[in-house]
Write a protein of this length. Structure first.
Length: 175
């Protein structure tokens, strides 16, 4: 036997990640979550921790746990705001809180509209009336059907409010 000492096999060093280290460490992530949870924007949080808002987005795309926490933080702020608005709206002197909530929750019925702006339902009604005019005023059925077909395609592009039957051509004469 030789007097050779047994050699220890050196373990390979842990593989090093190649590339830039992450900008957002756990402390910065925590700060971002705290800022967003009180209702501030991600842009504000990014400025606070010294990064770009895209960095927060990219980190959330790579880190699903952080993405879930970020989503939860922004939703909790929104819920708190709505809770406060609802609480204020229950008091008659704070009727503006109720009006504000209605404008946001049901804008079709309560939001302010600029003069001359039509709702999708109003546009649908106008187009249906135009179809009725075409039915009664265009004498040649072939032309009438082509125009009604184009009108139906136009109606289909409007946000559907309810299922409505297309305008039918009940005049089959070929005058």
């Amino acid at each position: 036997m030789s007097d050779q000492k047994p050699t220890l096999i050196a373990s390979a060093p842990a593989p090093r990640k190649i590339g830039r280290p992450p900008v957002l460490d756990d402390m910065k992530k925590g700060q971002i979550l705290a800022i967003v949870s009180v209702g501030c924007s991600r842009r504000t949080a990014a400025r606070y921790v010294g990064c770009d808002a895209k960095t927060i987005r990219n980190t959330a795309l790579r880190d699903p746990v952080f993405a879930d926490q970020l989503c939860h933080a922004s939703q909790s702020a929104e819920i708190e705001y709505v809770r406060n608005i609802n609480k204020a709206a229950k008091k008659e002197q704070y009727w503006r809180a109720a009006a504000w909530a209605l404008e946001r929750l049901n804008p079709e019925d309560f939001a302010k509209r600029s003069p001359g702006k039509l709702t999708p339902e109003e546009v649908r009604t106008i187009l249906q009336r135009l179809g009725e005019i075409l039915l009664s005023e265009v004498p040649v059925a072939r032309h009438r059907k082509a125009a009604l077909k184009r009108l139906d395609r136009l109606l289909a592009t409007i946000t559907p409010v309810a299922e409505e039957a297309p305008v039918e051509d009940s005049h089959d004469d070929e005058s």
